[in-house]
Design a protein around this ligand. Sequence first.
Ligand SMILES: [Zn+2]
Ligand SMILES: [Zn+2]
Length: 379
Amino acid sequence: MSCRIPFRRVDWATSSFLILTAFAAVFATPVYLWYFGFTWFPWVLFGVMFVLTGMSITLGYHRLFSHLSFKAAWPIRMFTLIFGACAFENSVLAWASDHRKHHKHVDHDDDPYDISKGFFWAHIGWIMFKLHPEPPLDNVKDLERDRLVMWQHRWWRWIAVIVGLALPTALGYWWDPTWRGALGGLLIGGICRVVAVQHCTFFINSLCHTVGSRPYSTKCSARDSFVMSLVTFGEGYHNYHHEFQHDYRNGVKPWNFDPTKWAIWLLAKFGLATNLRRVPAEVVLKAEMAEAKRQGESRLEAIRRQASETPQAVLDAIQRYLDTLSANYRELEEAVARKSRVSKETIARWRQETREALEFLARTFPGNPGHLDDPPSRS
Ligand SMILES: [Zn+2]
Ligand SMILES: [Zn+2]
């Protein structure tokens, strides 16, 4: 079997760190538990550090620094810079630079974690292999003016080691002043937590560009995944995020599980966050309706190709749904262009009609064109 790994391009320091920490998490933790038995304190450290580090990435690195979706007081910036560093995901300056390129060039060659190069590349490969020449940090000039950001850029490795690894080790020792306590703090509160936070972040770049729904746009590969939102503090609504990247919410619907959005909203209530950017409900709905219309048209076209097998009643019903969608869309488009408010009742009705159209389309797929014997009659 030929080996196709481009060894000359491997970033050995980063790759060793990623592999060794993953091995320690998967193999050394069970050995530790078998040898010393289960104790709850290291897992409390894991949980607390997972939330602090993970939220610093989502709220700080991502929504605050990369997308400027709100403004934050310096203690919040400081806190997220310190705990964000503890995820060992580079300085915020480099992270934001990569991420802005990802949004600008998504699914293309200049996207650092381009999913079209494969799941492994988008997940972790892009970090393990160096690019020659290394891309410049030329899209983060605004962040370079922030002295806290530049301080973190210089010292992030030290911060990560001291706060991300030494602190849980010290706390483990404080709770149980033996080797068992210190090792439990390091292994579970430090290393396992780093691995967990890192792979949750990486899955947004890999899984959320592979599996899930695309209710807002099919222009790019980004997808919405409720399951991923559960472990990434709301970052799983990635299709919405790619369509409206400056919105401080990723889960835009009130019922979406997005703890980062709730935290930012709460910070605003305490005066620690301001200028929260929101996309108006009409604009969000316009994107959803445009996408539903596009899906409907392509579905109708696919079914028409097999027209002989498809009951005319089904075709007529799809056409009626499409007519309703188009009429609603035109009305909404005009309202958005005029910047006039649309009543909540009208938005709710349009939403309901869009949902019904999508549900109907989902049941009339080309592989089973006669599936619906009894299409609902609509005016
Ligand atoms: Zn993405
Ligand atoms: Zn983003």
